[in-house]
Every structure is written in C-alpha cells, then in structure tokens.
Ligand binder design. Structure first.
Ligand code: AKG
Length: 250
C-alpha cells in the first residue's frame, strides 16, 4: 500500500501530500524518452499536443533544440499509447480510488516542461477554476521527472486553501489566474526528486516560479475525478471534458 491514513488526513486538512518514488527510475526514463519522441514527431502548434514557451513562439527567445523550447504537451494520454497506459499506473490508481471512490476518470493529462533559462512562471490559480467540477472530487498528481527545486520552478502550495471554494479568476498576461493572489509568506515550496509526486486537491492554490537555471524541470500532471462529478457552470473560458474512464463505471 502506498497511501497511508496519515496521507489521507493531510489531504483532507491541508489539500496535499507527497509520495516518494511513485515512479521508478525506469518509469521516469520512459516518460522522458516518450516526451522527446512526441516532440520529434509533432510540430509545435499553439493549442496542439506540443506547445512552445510563449517567448519562443513570439521570437523573443531561441533555444539549442526544439525540445528545449517546449512548455507543454497537452492531453497526451488521449493522443499517445504510452501516456494512455500510464493513466492506469497501479500506484496512481491505488491513490485515486482511495481518495475518490471506485469510479474514476482520468480528467486531464499534461506534461509541463518549464525549459531551462526561459521557462516562465505559472501564476497562482486553482485547477478547478478551469474544470468547474462539482462536487470538487478532483485532484492532480504532479510527478517530477527531474529533481525540482525552488530555483528551477518546483510547485508551491498554500496549505488549507482548498476549503474555501473557487475564488475569482480572470485573464492576466494571457493566463487564467487568481485575481487576488495569496501572500507568498504562506506558500510552501515542494521540492521533489525525480520520480516523487505531489498529490494536490483541485481547489488548492498553487503556482510555480520561473526556471532561470541551466537544469531541466520536466513534470507530468495527471488529474483524476470521481465519476459523480459534473461541470457546474460556464464561468471559465475553458471547456474541459474528462479524457477517459480508468476505474469502475461511468
Ligand atoms: O508545472 C507547472 O509549472 C505548473 C503546473 C500547474 O500548476 C498547472 O498546470 O495547473
């Protein structure tokens, strides 16, 4: 068993916990290799599978290779067999069914690659502001595929911020973010080693600072939701549907 009672209690009270070595070194290598293959096979497009750092798209930054300019792979589990199979990872499903019950969807898959030197910040936000799922039985795994530090853009959370509902979000610099961001004094950085994971509630405040180091900061993010969840309103510019069922029934 990976998930302990203590982890569940921390999740309910503070909205997050971490798991050491959720992915083995071989699994991390497999993810890194598959990311490179996808970038090789798919030309970057603004809203496509492979998306560049905006400063690269605008021509303000250039990088030694295409891959080193990629910010995101979007919905890679519906577009790629390796990442589809990974959605059924035994450790992730054990934790997902413990937190959400037996009927679970992969809600959203993403790779977040925050490239060395040019990787921009992701400002404070709550993921369920994008998803608008009710009840809010949705959470993410953020699996580090490099060692992540404060300097190269590790995750930061505000413990307990998942309990107050969804606060007002709006577009700032082309990103949908909290209009009243929290004081950073209360932020907890979550440095991780490659293979470790942050498990975080869909309504916890979180952000990542820029990567101004020479080190890569690759991560994959898989969100899971209970089959009971429904989209509750249109107060978001995004319409995001669950990707596919991974456990139980619809
Ligand atoms: O990995 C990152 O830099 C940010 C991830 C994140 O917060 C998100 O995509 O919601």
């Amino acid at each position: 068993m990976l998930i302990t009672g203590q982890m569940v209690r921390k999740y309910r009270a503070e909205g997050y916990f971490t798991v050491e070595g959720l992915f083995t070194p071989d699994e991390v290598d497999g993810v890194r290799r598959e990311i490179s293959k996808i970038v090789e096979d798919h030309p970057p497009k603004e809203d496509g599978l492979v998306q560049l750092e905006p400063t690269v798209t605008k021509g303000n930054d250039t990088t030694a290779s295409t891959e080193l300019g990629v910010r995101k792979l979007a919905k890679m589990a519906v577009r790629n067999d390796f990442f589809r199979n990974l959605a059924f990872h035994s450790g992730m499903l054990e934790i997902a069914t413990r937190l959400l019950g037996p009927d679970v969807y992969l809600f959203q898959s993403m790779s977040l690659l925050k490239p060395p030197q040019i990787g921009g910040a992701k400002m404070w936000h709550q993921d369920n502001a994008y998803f608008r799922q009710t009840p809010s039985d949705v959470f993410g795994f953020w699996v580090a595929c490099d060692d992540t530090t404060m300097e190269n853009g590790c995750m930061h959370v505000i413990p307990g911020s998942h309990t107050g509902g969804i606060d007002e979000h709006g577009m700032v610099d082309d990103d949908y973010v909290l209009l009243n961001p929290p004081s950073t004094e209360n932020a907890v950085p979550i440095p991780l080693l490659a293979g470790d994971a942050l498990v975080f509630h869909g309504e916890i405040y979180h952000h990542t600072p820029p990567n101004r180091t020479d080190k890569r900061r690759r991560a994959i993010q898989y969100h899971y939701s209970s089959a009971k969840c429904q989209r509750n309103n249109d107060e978001t510019p995004y319409i995001i549907e669950p990707e596919f069922l991974v456990a139980g029934k619809p």
